[in-house]
Structures are given as C-alpha cells and as structure tokens.
Design a protein around this ligand. Structure first.
Ligand code: PXG
Length: 457
C-alpha cells in the first residue's frame, strides 16, 4: 500500500503517467507536462501536492455547490454507510434514503415533476432520458417517434447515448458516432453567430431551426428536444430572452417532449433552484446530477413529469432499464444532506440577491480588458470572449491559443478557470464570499494581462 501523503509530486506524477488513463486527456502531452496532483480542499480552495493554494473558480467540474469540507455531508455518508451501505431498488425493493431524497426532489423541482429515476451520473441520466422518451412514445402507439433533437456543441455526457445526444464534433469524430436517430440544430451563440443583428431577432431565428428540423424529419418521427437552460460546457451560452418561449411553443405545437438538462444549471447556479424556474419551463423530463450531491458522491437522476409517469404506470409494462447503484443509499443520504444544507444557508436566494449580482458586476469590469470582447453570465456562471482585436471582435489566428495560455496563467497564479476554445469560463461554489470574488477577479485580471503581453505585444 502506497503512503500517498508522503510521496513526492514527481513520484506521484510518474505513477500517474504509468497507470492512470485520464478522461478527455492527450496522454502524450500529459506525460511530458505531468499531472497537477490535487491533494486537499476546503471551502472554495484547493491545495496541490506542492502546497500551492488555488481558488477553485469551477467548483470542481461545475458541481461542488456547497464548497469543500462540509461536515454535514461527511456525517450523512458515514451514518448511512453504518446503517445500510448498499441495497438495490430492483425487484420491488426500496430503502429510506432513496425515498426521502425522491420526496425532497419532488418538492423542490417544478411542480409537474413528481417522480425521479436515479442514476449515478449525468451521462446515465441522459441515457435514461433517451430510453424513457422512446419507451413513452412506444407505449403511446408511436414506435417511430424516436428521433431526438439537441444542439451543436452541447455536452450531454460521454456514454454512447450521451455523446450522440451531445453535439461535440470532437466526440462524434471517434468511434462512429452519433448513433442513428439523433439530430442537431444550432446553439444560440450570439457572439459568434450574430454580431450584427438584433439579439431577440436572433433568439427567434435559432429557435425556429427546431421547427424547420421537425418539419424536415416529420412530426411523427420526433420524440423529444433536449437542451440546457444555459449551455455550460459548450461555452456558457446565455440565450436571448426570446429563445425559450419560442422553443416551448414549438414543442407544444408538434407534441414533442421537452427535456431540460439541469446537470449544470440545477441546484442554484442561476439563482433559482433550477434553470427551468429561471426560464419558466415545464420539462417533461429533467436530467440532474453534479450539484445534486455537490459532487461528494456520484449520483444523478431524471425527474419525470406526471404526463410521462402516468402513461408508464398505466400500461403495466416493465421498463427494462436500471443500474446496480440506482439510488445508492449513501449517495442519496449525501444528496439529501446537501439539499438541506443549501436550504438552511439560503444558498439559492444568496446567489440570486447577493453573490450572484456581485460576481456579475465585477465580471463586467473584466469586459474593459483589451483581450475581452464580451463578458456575460447569470447567477454564478460567467464567460469571457477573448479576441485579438476588440473593436472588430476578430479572433486570434490559432483558435484556442488565447484560452489555453490564459488558463495556464490562471493556474500559475492560483486560480482555476476553464477555457472552451478562446472563451474563459467560471462556475464557482455557491458559498463564495465577496472577498473571494474580489480575489477571483483580481487573479483573472492578472492572467489576462499576462496573456495579452505574451501573445499580442
Ligand atoms: N449534461 C450536462 C449538461 C453536463 O454538463 C453531463 C450531462 C454528463 O454528466 P456526467 O456526470 O456523466 O459527467 C454533463 C457533464 C467540462 C466538463 O469540462 C463538463 C461536464 C463533464 C466533464 C467536464 O466542462 N459536464
């Protein structure tokens, strides 16, 4: 057994490189540079194995909403592991922690969602969406209504289903994806696609692509439309106000299930419990994960509307789908403790009325920087568009270089910011304080300055 705590960084990196294949990683590059070893965390800070303190502007991977080191979550896991570490929910069994979490989720999600199907991740949640939507139409006597439409550059997970549903070209390039019966329309990315037209007109134009796609495929073939309220990993794409109302109208007109992927926007990130509350959506299916347990243990799920669950129950046919760890007792107990902690500390209201507006105000100041052509965001999510020339909004010649350098400069200066191409992104824990927001902005500004000097002077 290795005594990890006492190992030197270089040895950890060597073992990592020899034995650990990482997700979404170019290993040739990784073995040259060596991984950053994160060895502990508290509140909004991480420490690496060399003792460097880093402000986590991404809440892990958009998930550690209540911050690190919360005793309530640790106690919930410990107690549940002692009481009942595992039992399944197949074959007419259940257990108290899954029931308690299901009830709380029914209470805090939009009113028409009264049931949850538990998974272990957002990817499994989206696979569950695909299977549930198709099963729903099959039971309804419309077996051919099985095409799912989502958006280009969307990230909905990494399983075969999730990656097909998502619209990431890099993922579709590998292994013959997407699977059949998926279609993709544009994302409402006004910065890239509509620099010179009226925003609300653009919102309607992109939403209308859904109607065009349905007409092209045939209404009788389309099962569902899937989208995030604000697209996260696709670049923090905040839609114009006209976008969602038109999407809702189209789904109703053609009787297409509306699926709102809340894996990132859910659990307070936008200053409402769910992005669906923020945009007044009534999803037929709603995948959740990440902030559900603040990432302390893996858990996800799909919230199911009465319309769908009534039909599924009525027909009396078994849904042949599920996972060994669906509704894992310890993960459910941690998720319940996480939601109760968010309620006790009013983290959603605090995001809406206090830290959210403060972050957005300070974030806008970065919009004055010579590298930044647009600063946007909502609640505790934000993006900066980096360009070579601010007045013409012209991008840097090698796409992604500015983002890559800026991200590197951030981490060297003790801040985790993520880059998507030349878009810098933040999504900090909801417990972040005003002082910590000031620190984040200051560190981001230093990284922008450094990047500008390196590449544009
Ligand atoms: N839906 C959305 C909207 C997501 O953002 C998933 C589903 C899949 O969840 P799981 O739990 O299977 O990972 C996600 C995940 C990034 C990044 O770099 C984003 C995600 C995952 C990993 C990296 O921004 N989002």
């Amino acid at each position: 057994m290795y005594e990890v705590d006492f190992m030197k960084t270089s040895l950890l990196q060597e073992l990592d490189s020899q034995h650990f294949r990482h997700p979404f990683t170019d290993h040739k590059q990784l073995s040259k540079a060596g991984s950053r070893v994160i060895s502990k965390a508290e509140n909004v800070y991480l420490w690496d194995s060399d003792g460097n303190k880093i402000l986590d502007g991404m809440a892990g991977l958009w998930c550690v909403n209540v911050g690190y080191g919360r005793q309530e979550l640790i106690d919930a896991a410990t107690e549940q592991l002692k009481q009942l570490p595992y039992y399944n929910s197949f074959f007419q069994c259940t257990h108290p922690p899954a029931i308690e979490l299901a009830k709380i989720l029914a209470d805090i999600t939009p009113a028409n969602l009264q049931e949850v199907f538990f998974t272990n991740s957002g990817s499994e949640a989206n696979d569950t969406v695909i299977r549930t939507a198709r099963f729903y139409w099959e039971l309804n006597g419309e077996k051919n209504k099985n095409i799912i439409i989502s958006r280009k550059n969307a990230y909905h997970g990494s399983t075969l289903g999730g990656a097909s549903l998502g619209g990431m070209p890099g993922m579709h390039k590998q292994g013959g994806l997407p699977l059949p019966n998926f279609a993709h329309i544009d994302q409402p990315y006004s910065f890239e696609q509509a620099p010179n037209i009226d925003l609300e007109k653009f919102g309607l134009q992109v939403a209308n692509q859904l109607e065009d796609k349905i007409q092209e495929l045939g209404e009788e073939r389309v099962a569902a439309f899937v989208a995030e309220p604000i697209q996260g990993a696709g670049g923090v794409i905040v839609p114009p106000a006209s976008y969602w109302p038109r999407i809702k109208e189209i789904c109703n007109k053609y009787d297409i299930l509306l699926v709102v992927d809340e894996v990132i926007c859910g659990f307070g990130r936008l200053g409402k419990w769910f992005g669906s509350d923020y945009y007044q959506l009534e999803p037929d299916l709603m995948p959740i994960a990440k902030g559900l347990s603040s990432g302390y243990l893996p858990i996800g799920g799909v919230m199911i509307s009465k319309r769908v669950s009534d039909l599924l129950s009525e027909k009396g046919e078994e849904f042949t789908h599920g996972f060994t760890y669906s509704g894992h007792p310890a993960a459910c107990a941690v998720a319940t403790a996480n939601i109760k902690l968010m309620q006790k500390e009013n983290l959603v209201e605090r995001t809406k009325d206090d830290v959210g507006p403060y972050l957005q105000k300070r974030w806008q100041e970065l919009g004055d920087h010579a590298l930044v052509a647009e600063a946007r965001g909502t609640g505790l999510i934000g993006a900066l568009e980096l360009v070579k020339d601010k007045s013409s909004r012209q991008r840097f010649d090698n796409k992604g270089t500015l983002g890559f350098e800026c991200r590197k400069n951030c981490i060297e200066n003790g801040l985790v910011m993520r880059s998507v191409g030349d878009t810098m992104i933040i999504s900090p824990p909801l417990v972040i304080s005003h002082d910590q927001i000031d620190e984040l902005i200051e560190k981001a500004a230093i990284a922008l300055d450094k990047t500008y000097k390196q590449l544009l002077t």
